[in-house]
Write a protein that binds this ligand. Structure first.
Ligand code: PGA
Length: 225
């Protein structure tokens, strides 16, 4: 399966000039660039090989499509922390899929859950997943849904999950979806050094990268892997 590498820029960089420079440097096949909403249009004009992604469904999906957006991240832990419920996430997933956007659905457990062991964490993640994909057509689950496993304790902390545990979780997600074909990504403190171990791990079909996607050289190194 072809690997997918998503750069989630969050609220960075500060200026449009910096965003354009970073987009040009990140424009490789197999990459999806998700800039802040304010830069979507201009970054979209720069990308020739990489696809354009939105960080949420905050603006109407029809508008995102007009800007050339192909992917949308839904259910990121930062949105969930702001109070986004499973019901809202499910609605957004369905809305995005209905307009043929590809959905990158984020799931992942808190540290207090993981501390109870990987089996408990797998059950928790399967629950999140099932709520998010309620009433979804089987074909959508396979073709247009991508699941990003992002343990919350690993996001932006410099403390990544082990490739072995992330792989176990990815396999568990595919099992819960009853679909070995759905792409599962890992996210959480991925960098130029550890990326190759995740990309080699069974069941991991790509990466969702925050911090390291803002560093031109590092992101390029990851894309080269
Ligand atoms: P990180 O962020 O790579 O900086 O840990 C990942 C994310 O929030 O998607």
């Amino acid at each position: 399966m072809k690997k997918l590498i998503i750069g989630n820029w969050k609220s960075n960089p500060k200026t449009l000039a910096q965003a354009i420079k970073l987009a040009k440097a990140s424009d490789k096949r197999g990459a999806v660039i998700a800039p802040p909403f304010v830069f979507l249009e201009e970054v979209g004009k720069v990308l020739k090989k990489a696809a354009l992604g939105a960080q949420d469904l905050k603006i109407p999906p029809e508008e995102l499509k007009r800007l050339g957006v192909k992917y949308v991240i839904i259910g990121h832990s930062e949105r969930r922390a702001l109070g986004e419920t499973d019901t809202v996430i499910n609605k957004k997933v369905k809305t995005a899929l209905a307009l043929s956007l590809k959905v990158i659905l984020c799931v992942g457990e808190k540290l207090s859950v993981r501390k109870k062991g990987i089996t408990v964490a797998k059950k928790f993640v399967a629950g999140q997943l099932q709520s998010a994909i309620r009433q979804l057509a089987e074909a959508d689950k396979i073709q247009n849904l991508i699941v990003a496993y992002e343990p919350i304790w690993a996001i932006g902390t410099g403390r990544n999950d082990t490739p072995a545990d992330a792989s176990e979780m990815a396999m568990s997600i595919k099992k819960s979806l009853k679909s070995a074909k759905t792409k599962v990504l890992y996210g959480g403190s991925v960098n130029g050094k550890n990326a190759k171990f995740f990309l080699k791990a069974l069941g991991i079909d790509g990466l969702l990268i925050g911090g390291a996607s803002l560093k031109e050289g590092e992101f390029r190194r990851i894309l080269e892997i």
